[in-house]
Write a protein that binds this ligand. Structure first.
Ligand SMILES: [Cu+2]
Length: 175
Protein backbone atom coordinates (compact mmCIF):
# COMPACT_ATOMS: atom_id res chain seq x y z
CA UNK A 1 0.00 0.00 0.00
CA UNK A 2 0.98 3.62 -0.35
CA UNK A 3 1.99 4.47 3.14
CA UNK A 4 5.02 6.62 2.77
CA UNK A 5 6.64 9.15 0.52
CA UNK A 6 9.01 6.68 -1.05
CA UNK A 7 6.24 4.29 -2.00
CA UNK A 8 4.23 7.13 -3.46
CA UNK A 9 7.18 8.45 -5.39
CA UNK A 10 7.81 5.13 -7.02
CA UNK A 11 4.14 4.63 -7.66
CA UNK A 12 3.92 8.00 -9.33
CA UNK A 13 6.92 7.16 -11.46
CA UNK A 14 5.12 4.01 -12.51
CA UNK A 15 2.15 6.14 -13.49
CA UNK A 16 4.32 8.46 -15.51
CA UNK A 17 5.38 5.50 -17.62
CA UNK A 18 1.86 5.07 -18.91
CA UNK A 19 1.08 7.02 -22.05
CA UNK A 20 2.79 10.16 -23.23
CA UNK A 21 0.48 12.70 -21.67
CA UNK A 22 -0.49 12.28 -18.03
CA UNK A 23 -4.17 12.63 -17.13
CA UNK A 24 -4.98 16.29 -16.43
CA UNK A 25 -5.07 15.90 -12.67
CA UNK A 26 -1.59 14.39 -12.64
CA UNK A 27 -0.11 17.21 -14.68
CA UNK A 28 2.55 18.78 -12.47
CA UNK A 29 1.58 22.19 -13.85
CA UNK A 30 -2.03 21.77 -12.75
CA UNK A 31 -3.42 24.11 -10.11
CA UNK A 32 -4.73 23.05 -6.67
CA UNK A 33 -1.32 22.06 -5.43
CA UNK A 34 -1.20 18.90 -7.51
CA UNK A 35 2.38 19.61 -8.39
CA UNK A 36 3.44 19.51 -4.74
CA UNK A 37 6.76 17.81 -4.47
CA UNK A 38 7.09 14.85 -2.19
CA UNK A 39 9.91 15.05 0.31
CA UNK A 40 13.13 14.00 -1.30
CA UNK A 41 14.88 10.86 -0.21
CA UNK A 42 17.13 13.04 1.92
CA UNK A 43 14.05 14.35 3.73
CA UNK A 44 15.35 17.92 3.73
CA UNK A 45 12.10 19.51 2.62
CA UNK A 46 10.87 19.18 6.19
CA UNK A 47 7.33 18.01 5.45
CA UNK A 48 5.62 16.26 8.29
CA UNK A 49 4.54 12.70 7.67
CA UNK A 50 0.92 13.87 7.61
CA UNK A 51 1.64 16.56 5.03
CA UNK A 52 3.60 14.12 2.93
CA UNK A 53 0.76 11.61 3.07
CA UNK A 54 -1.78 14.29 2.19
CA UNK A 55 0.27 15.30 -0.82
CA UNK A 56 0.13 11.70 -1.97
CA UNK A 57 -3.49 10.96 -1.27
CA UNK A 58 -4.92 14.20 -2.62
CA UNK A 59 -3.74 13.80 -6.23
CA UNK A 60 -4.56 10.08 -6.11
CA UNK A 61 -8.10 10.86 -4.98
CA UNK A 62 -8.51 13.41 -7.75
CA UNK A 63 -7.11 10.98 -10.29
CA UNK A 64 -10.22 8.92 -9.68
CA UNK A 65 -12.31 11.83 -10.94
CA UNK A 66 -10.16 12.42 -13.99
CA UNK A 67 -12.48 11.02 -16.62
CA UNK A 68 -15.59 13.02 -17.41
CA UNK A 69 -18.52 10.93 -18.65
CA UNK A 70 -18.42 10.25 -22.36
CA UNK A 71 -21.61 8.53 -23.48
CA UNK A 72 -22.01 6.66 -26.72
CA UNK A 73 -24.67 4.34 -28.10
CA UNK A 74 -23.77 0.96 -29.52
CA UNK A 75 -23.97 0.71 -33.32
CA UNK A 76 -25.50 -2.06 -35.35
CA UNK A 77 -22.95 -4.85 -35.55
CA UNK A 78 -21.83 -6.70 -38.67
CA UNK A 79 -23.84 -9.81 -37.82
CA UNK A 80 -27.01 -7.99 -36.83
CA UNK A 81 -26.19 -7.54 -33.17
CA UNK A 82 -24.67 -4.47 -31.57
CA UNK A 83 -21.11 -3.27 -31.77
CA UNK A 84 -19.08 -0.89 -29.65
CA UNK A 85 -15.45 0.18 -29.50
CA UNK A 86 -13.98 1.04 -26.12
CA UNK A 87 -10.58 2.70 -25.95
CA UNK A 88 -8.33 2.45 -22.95
CA UNK A 89 -5.99 5.36 -22.42
CA UNK A 90 -4.27 6.12 -19.15
CA UNK A 91 -6.80 4.91 -16.58
CA UNK A 92 -9.83 5.84 -18.64
CA UNK A 93 -12.36 3.97 -20.69
CA UNK A 94 -13.55 6.03 -23.66
CA UNK A 95 -16.49 6.06 -23.79
CA UNK A 96 -17.25 5.29 -20.16
CA UNK A 97 -21.03 5.38 -20.57
CA UNK A 98 -22.37 2.94 -23.16
CA UNK A 99 -26.00 2.74 -24.15
CA UNK A 100 -27.13 -0.55 -25.61
CA UNK A 101 -30.05 -2.93 -25.98
CA UNK A 102 -30.68 -5.54 -23.33
CA UNK A 103 -30.85 -9.15 -24.48
CA UNK A 104 -28.96 -8.52 -27.74
CA UNK A 105 -25.34 -9.66 -27.99
CA UNK A 106 -22.88 -6.81 -28.23
CA UNK A 107 -19.50 -7.17 -29.92
CA UNK A 108 -17.03 -5.08 -27.99
CA UNK A 109 -13.71 -4.10 -29.54
CA UNK A 110 -11.34 -3.06 -26.78
CA UNK A 111 -8.47 -0.94 -28.06
CA UNK A 112 -5.59 -0.26 -25.71
CA UNK A 113 -3.59 2.94 -26.22
CA UNK A 114 -1.81 2.19 -22.99
CA UNK A 115 1.63 0.88 -22.17
CA UNK A 116 0.33 -1.24 -19.32
CA UNK A 117 -2.15 -4.14 -19.25
CA UNK A 118 -5.81 -3.50 -18.55
CA UNK A 119 -8.98 -5.54 -18.22
CA UNK A 120 -12.67 -5.12 -18.84
CA UNK A 121 -14.96 -6.79 -16.33
CA UNK A 122 -18.71 -6.41 -16.71
CA UNK A 123 -20.83 -7.08 -13.65
CA UNK A 124 -24.43 -8.26 -13.74
CA UNK A 125 -27.02 -6.41 -11.70
CA UNK A 126 -26.60 -8.99 -8.94
CA UNK A 127 -22.83 -8.39 -8.89
CA UNK A 128 -21.81 -11.58 -10.68
CA UNK A 129 -19.40 -11.32 -13.59
CA UNK A 130 -20.95 -11.24 -17.03
CA UNK A 131 -17.55 -11.08 -18.68
CA UNK A 132 -13.91 -10.48 -17.78
CA UNK A 133 -11.35 -9.96 -20.53
CA UNK A 134 -7.68 -9.04 -20.21
CA UNK A 135 -6.13 -6.62 -22.68
CA UNK A 136 -2.36 -6.40 -23.00
CA UNK A 137 -0.54 -3.13 -23.64
CA UNK A 138 -1.36 -1.68 -27.07
CA UNK A 139 -3.50 -4.69 -27.89
CA UNK A 140 -6.92 -4.82 -29.54
CA UNK A 141 -9.28 -7.54 -28.32
CA UNK A 142 -12.77 -8.25 -29.64
CA UNK A 143 -15.28 -10.17 -27.55
CA UNK A 144 -19.02 -10.68 -27.25
CA UNK A 145 -21.18 -10.11 -24.22
CA UNK A 146 -24.89 -9.96 -23.54
CA UNK A 147 -26.55 -8.06 -20.74
CA UNK A 148 -29.83 -9.89 -20.23
CA UNK A 149 -32.19 -7.27 -18.84
CA UNK A 150 -32.52 -3.50 -18.82
CA UNK A 151 -30.56 -1.71 -16.15
CA UNK A 152 -27.28 -0.02 -15.36
CA UNK A 153 -24.32 -2.38 -15.40
CA UNK A 154 -20.88 -1.56 -14.05
CA UNK A 155 -17.79 -2.29 -16.05
CA UNK A 156 -14.31 -1.74 -14.70
CA UNK A 157 -10.66 -2.70 -14.98
CA UNK A 158 -9.76 -5.38 -12.43
CA UNK A 159 -6.02 -4.64 -12.48
CA UNK A 160 -4.85 -3.77 -8.96
CA UNK A 161 -5.58 -0.10 -8.10
CA UNK A 162 -7.02 0.75 -11.53
CA UNK A 163 -10.66 0.87 -10.45
CA UNK A 164 -9.78 2.43 -7.15
CA UNK A 165 -8.29 4.94 -6.68
CA UNK A 166 -7.84 5.63 -10.40
CA UNK A 167 -11.49 5.36 -11.28
CA UNK A 168 -11.11 3.05 -14.24
CA UNK A 169 -14.76 2.12 -14.57
CA UNK A 170 -17.83 2.88 -16.59
CA UNK A 171 -21.51 2.13 -17.00
CA UNK A 172 -23.43 0.05 -19.51
CA UNK A 173 -26.93 1.41 -19.73
CA UNK A 174 -29.10 -1.38 -21.16
CA UNK A 175 -32.54 -0.40 -22.41
CU1 LIG B 1 -6.61 -0.85 -16.09
Amino acid sequence: MITDATGGHEFRQALAMDDKAPPPSLDPRAPLGLGMKYPGRDGRTGMSRTQALASLVFPLALAGCASAPVARAAQRGPTGGQAMTIEMSGFNFIPNVIILQAGVPVTITAVSRSRIPHNITILALDGREVKSVNIKARETVTFDATVPVAGRYVFYCDVFLHRWPFGMEGTLVAK
